[in-house]
Design a protein around this ligand. Sequence first.
Ligand code: SAM
Ligand code: SF4
Length: 314
Amino acid sequence: MTDGCGRTIRYLRLSVTDLCNYRCRYCMPETGVEKRTHRDILSAEECVEIGRAAVNCGVKKIRLTGGEPLVRRGILEICGGLSAIGGLEELCMTTNGSLLPDLAAPLKEAGVSRLNVSVDTLCPERFSHITRRGRLVDVLAGLEAAERAGFTNLKCNVVLIGGFNDSEIRDFVALTEHRPWEIRFIELMPMGQCVGWERSCFLPAEEVLRQVPALRPCEPSGTAARYRVPGWAGTVGLIEPLSHRFCNRCDRIRVTADGKLKPCLHSEAELSLRGLHGAELEAAIRRGIAQKPEQHHLSDGGSDTPRNMNEIGG
Ligand code: SAM
Ligand code: SF4
């Protein structure tokens, strides 16, 4: 289905929880979030029902996110239910990777086709600092487990933070020499926890091209501009919501863990899907798509959403 601006919407990001075992400083308060009752969060059946209705509205790709999707009880059931929907071409997940050592193989079996694993630094101390409680070894073990399980086309999300990990850009790019991975550098977005951070933290992703001039453009993928070092196995993606607005190419809608459809990550507009079924549910999704705003206002005044990133799903 196309939205009011003529963009074809084919991608749903579905948040299955706002809870997380990490507390990344830019994403979540140190104290975490108030645990909601089961009734406040979409059930596994509701997740699958919303997925099916979205596919009926033209969605071809669903990404599960959170919070941390792998701490969600019943995550394998949700994956199995979604992957069985006829017409869905891709079921992906964004995860912090810490629980992949146990879950990578079952996720593959449940029909997940692709994983994005977030890792902002390759230095163990920095990793524990930025996540407030994570251990880099767990995520590295998770990446290995994912490859063993057959997720060979891994993507790694690296949020670029000036003064924190810009000294590691070359190390991250070097991972693509022998691995067919995509390293995706994401510009830090001033929302939720990091709204008041110093300007120097918000680096344009072009810093990657400045530091690694050997990178050459290749075909873009979704909202990422892509590059590779000629002859290397993997690619490098730049996701630049701040310095290069990609709203005109945006093909996604989001659903939060409490069942609100968000036509745009940075808009405060939300539409509740709870309690809707069948034709009513599809009609609500179509209304949400039709209301998708033309663009966000991140670089002129900041995000309009009052939510933290863990509540929306990145
Ligand atoms: N817990 C999972 C993870 O960390 O991959 C999935 C949810 S997380 C909210 C999804 C993505 O959003 C992660 O790659 C995270 O680094 C990114 N993210 C969170 N807050 C952000 C911000 N303010 N700016 C840019 N990316 C952000
Ligand atoms: Fe958790 Fe992901 Fe947010 Fe980090 S970025 S606190 S891992 S939801």
